[in-house]
Design a protein around this ligand. Structure first.
Ligand SMILES: NC(=O)c1ccc[n+]([C@@H]2O[C@H](COP(=O)([O-])OP(=O)(O)OC[C@H]3O[C@@H](n4cnc5c(N)ncnc54)[C@H](OP(=O)(O)O)[C@@H]3O)[C@@H](O)[C@H]2O)c1
Length: 280
């Protein structure tokens, strides 16, 4: 099995290009043990970037992640997010402290603004900087920011501290390739691709299953290999199943060739004009 390649954040920290999402984890006590097992298997296999948010299961996802990383905090690059409704100067700090309690850790590696809301970005940045000074987070970033939001952020004092923009990106959601992705590559701000297998909807698409057949692979592996073909993109698939987790990890061993890209481009055309950033 190949090692997972690293993506370097603007601050110089390397993170794995294949991490783990956790949306919908912690929703039911019945599935929590399986979710913990899947996350732990992912850590063992090098998928050490774990993405959660205060929003997911109302804090329940952070609690599941907290259980999965007991005794192995140092192996993990932990990402969580503040809801826009909490993203004021004081609210961001209170939200972060609550996330830290649920996760059972003293520091987040990366704290993201989940999407833009009513608070001025300058206010949220100030809160992020306070959290860094107090040792509660190492770095900060954003999510669901389109190119105009990124440009606006870049003009603010401290805005150049942004480490990533987490956005919807997969074969069926290629809009960012028109402008946001080239901008991100040029400015060396990695994109963290959420819903990289379109929440499972890509897995039955004929073009994806056909490419998978050629590689003796699965459609999920093809969808993930495709997202990670760009060296500045990090994919964070979610799974609560060890079997799916191991399958997703093996996407690293796939080399898509020109014929594969052509077939996938025919089925999922690259954007020819600006499309507003989509969200899930
Ligand atoms: N910033 C944002 O606004 C935002 C929005 C959405 C998502 N996210 C983040 O991105 C992560 C990933 O996105 P997502 O959860 O929306 O969608 P996703 O990762 O594209 O898909 C997850 C779904 O696919 C299934 N799955 C995973 N691997 C599979 C495999 N190998 N074979 C078959 N099914 C498989 C999972 O079910 P099983 O659990 O049964 O495997 C789950 O139902 C989230 O969990 C979250 O951390 C962020």
């Amino acid at each position: 099995m190949r090692d997972i390649k690293k993506v370097i954040l603007p601050c110089g920290l390397p993170v794995p290009a294949l991490g783990q999402g956790t949306w919908n984890m912690g929703e039911s006590s019945g599935s929590a043990a399986a979710e913990v097992r899947a996350l732990q298997r992912g850590i063992e296999l090098g998928m050490t970037l774990i993405d959660t948010a205060e929003m997911y299961a109302n804090g329940g996802s952070e609690k599941v992640v907290g259980k999965a990383i007991v005794g192995r905090r140092d192996e993990v690059f932990l990402v969580s997010k503040v809801l826009p409704s909490n993203a004021s100067r004081r609210g961001t700090i209170a939200a972060c402290e609550a996330s830290l309690r649920r996760l059972g850790v003293e520091q987040l590696d990366l704290y993201l603004l989940h999407w833009r809301g009513r608070y001025a970005l300058a206010e949220t940045i100030e809160a992020f900087e306070t959290l860094i000074r107090d040792g509660k987070i190492r770095q900060w970033g954003v999510s669901n920011f389109d190119i105009d939001d990124m440009m606006e952020l870049g003009e603010l004092t401290g805005g150049d501290g942004v480490q990533t923009n987490q956005v919807l990106y997969n074969l069926s959601r290629r809009g960012i390739e028109y402008d946001l992705l080239p901008w991100s590559v040029e400015h060396k701000v990695p994109v963290m691709a959420y819903s990289p297998i379109e929440q499972g909807r890509l897995l039955l698409q004929a073009s994806v299953t056909e490419v998978a057949r050629r590689h003796s692979a699965t459609p999920a592996q093809i969808a993930l290999a495709w997202v990670m073909r760009n060296p500045r993109v990090i994919a964070i698939p979610k799974t609560g199943s060890v079997a799916h987790l191991e399958e997703n990890r093996a996407s690293i061993d796939i080399d898509l060739d020109a014929a594969d890209f052509e077939a996938l481009d025919r089925a999922f055309a690259a954007p020819k004009r600006k499309r507003p950033l989509e969200m899930l």
